[in-house]
Design a protein around this ligand. Structure first.
Ligand SMILES: [Ca+2]
Length: 493
């Protein structure tokens, strides 16, 4: 009798405790089968040499990014497919090189309706997908912001291209009109005007707390955007875990810093040894830290693949290097928009506890376009060949289980690389550098470098290695020919 009462008691206890167990712990799936959450954090205009884990001489403390590297893998040859925002983000979202599409935002939404995206791939594999931050890939029918009806929904943005939720901005934080979007709606219309802004003593007209004058929503403050996006990313994860813990999520956080305006807030303002840029980069690092902290607080860090990168090189002129003794691109040449490595070689760190070994590095060449095939491999999806033409599965490189197939890459339409050899058509110096930097570079027919022997791109071998120039020119022609054969149509009306 005593024994059966005890059994009954245990049974009751088991029944009553079950709901609590389910609500408070990981899903019932075995850990091997549970799909990981994916968080992709993209800084804007942050250089290869800004984080301490990439540049021990950096003048900017970046404890959160350094910690992510200590707990994961750091790629040393990772590239954005463009040296500025639009082509870079296009490549990430679509898994396709930007040279295959027209990058003119006046065309409307640059991502074709039938094109798969990292969002739609994960959506069809059962993920809840969200994007917080800067879109910068256009909206259907929006070619002139002066003619926009803010009461109407914005079509062709994140929620029409694979994301269940969006909170963010249409473009960079220095490009008006300034207003927030939630899903496909304007939150508060930009009914006021703001004058253009610059920092006294900034190195160039486009450095410092620079923004262009134009329309602005009455409640919009440039200084509040980075903290707002950070809070939104945190609250998305909190509410997702509360409401739909069993469903994996994909969160794409497109931060607005350290792109101009450099508007660091206390306690970061004045704290770095690299001026307003360094201070704002510290605040970007803090935002990364808040996201990591949230994953831990929610108990989901173990089953989340976190990736941190930057969309292109920094706005950091030779004068800035001299002024602050800080090399934002480490020892690579150039800056944002340049075809030199400083324009598109970016920090790229991935953490996935128990899967990716801590404190490892990889010299595997990688491009943002690879995220489509890599995420497909993570969830066990198979993409048709035309969808992954420019996208290589990096999972073997991430997990340190063999090498990925990628040997070369192409940046916009100006740079092609195979192995150690890199050919730039025209000049490596881009328009920002040319227009605002002191000094100039001659524009020749092209520039050829061997990155293994000369990573700083100091010896142009164009005239001495015509056979390499011809080989890489043919390679670029191949890329272009594949593009014109694509089934995808870009005839937006
Ligand atoms: Ca950028």
């Amino acid at each position: 009798m005593k024994g059966s009462i005890a059994i009954l008691f245990l049974l009751l206890l088991a029944c009553s405790s079950r709901p609590t167990t389910q609500a408070g712990k990981a899903p019932a799936q075995s850990p091997e089968k549970a799909l990981p959450n994916i968080v992709f954090i993209l800084a804007d205009d942050m250089g290869y040499g800004d984080a301490g884990c990439y540049n021990p001489e950096s003048k900017i403390p970046t404890p959160a990014i350094d910690r992510l590297a200590a707990e994961g893998i750091r790629f040393t040859d990772a590239h954005a497919p463009g040296a500025w925002c639009v082509p870079s983000r296009y490549g990430f979202i679509t898994g396709q090189y930007p040279l295959r599409a027209n990058m003119d935002l006046k065309r409307g939404s640059l991502v074709a309706k039938d094109r798969p995206t990292v969002g739609s791939l994960l959506q069809r594999n059962g993920y809840r997908t969200a994007m917080i931050g800067k879109w910068h890939l256009g909206f259907e029918g929006v070619s002139d912001w002066n003619k926009v009806d803010y009461r109407q929904p914005f079509r062709g943005g994140p929620v029409d291209r694979g994301f269940d939720y969006f909170f963010g901005m249409h473009a960079s934080l220095d490009i008006p009109p300034y207003f927030y979007l939630e899903n496909n709606r304007c939150v508060t219309a930009p009914a006021d005007s703001v004058a253009g802004h610059q920092s006294p003593g900034a190195t160039t007209a486009i450095s410092g707390a620079f923004w262009r004058g134009g329309k602005i929503a009455p409640d919009f403050k440039h200084q509040e955007v980075l903290p707002t996006f950070t809070r939104k990313a945190v609250s998305f994860m909190e509410s997702h875990v509360k409401e739909q813990r069993k469903q994996p999520f994909f969160l794409y956080v497109a931060l607005t810093g350290p792109h101009t305006p450099w508007v660091a807030q206390p306690p970061f303002a004045g704290k770095s040894a690299a001026g307003e840029y360094g201070d704002f980069t510290m605040q970007v690092d803090y935002s990364v830290g808040e996201i990591l902290k949230t994953l831990e607080k929610l108990g989901i860090a173990e089953n989340t693949l976190v990736i941190f990168s930057s969309d292109n090189g920094p706005v950091w002129f030779t004068e800035d290097v001299q002024k602050f003794n800080h090399r934002a691109t480490a020892n690579f040449r150039g800056m944002k928009v340049d075809a030199w490595e400083g324009g598109h070689r970016v920090p790229f760190i991935a953490r996935w506890p128990g899967k990716i070994g801590p404190n490892t590095t990889s010299a595997q060449p990688l491009c943002f376009t690879d995220m489509l095939a890599t995420f497909a491999a993570v969830v066990g999806d198979s993409l048709p060949p035309n969808e992954k033409r420019d996208s290589y599965d990096m999972l073997p490189a991430l997990l340190n289980k063999g090498t990925a197939q990628r040997k070369g890459l192409v940046v916009e339409g100006h740079t092609v690389r195979e192995g150690d050899w890199k050919l730039i058509f025209g000049s490596g110096m881009g328009v920002l550098h040319r227009q605002y930097g002191k000094g100039n570079a001659p524009v020749g027919k092209g520039e050829l470098y061997n990155l293994h022997e000369d990573p700083a791109e100091t010896r142009n071998l164009y005239d001495t290695h015509p056979e390499k120039v011809a080989e890489l020119t043919r390679r670029m022609e191949q890329y272009r020919a594949e593009g014109s054969a694509a089934s995808e149509s870009h005839s937006h009306k």
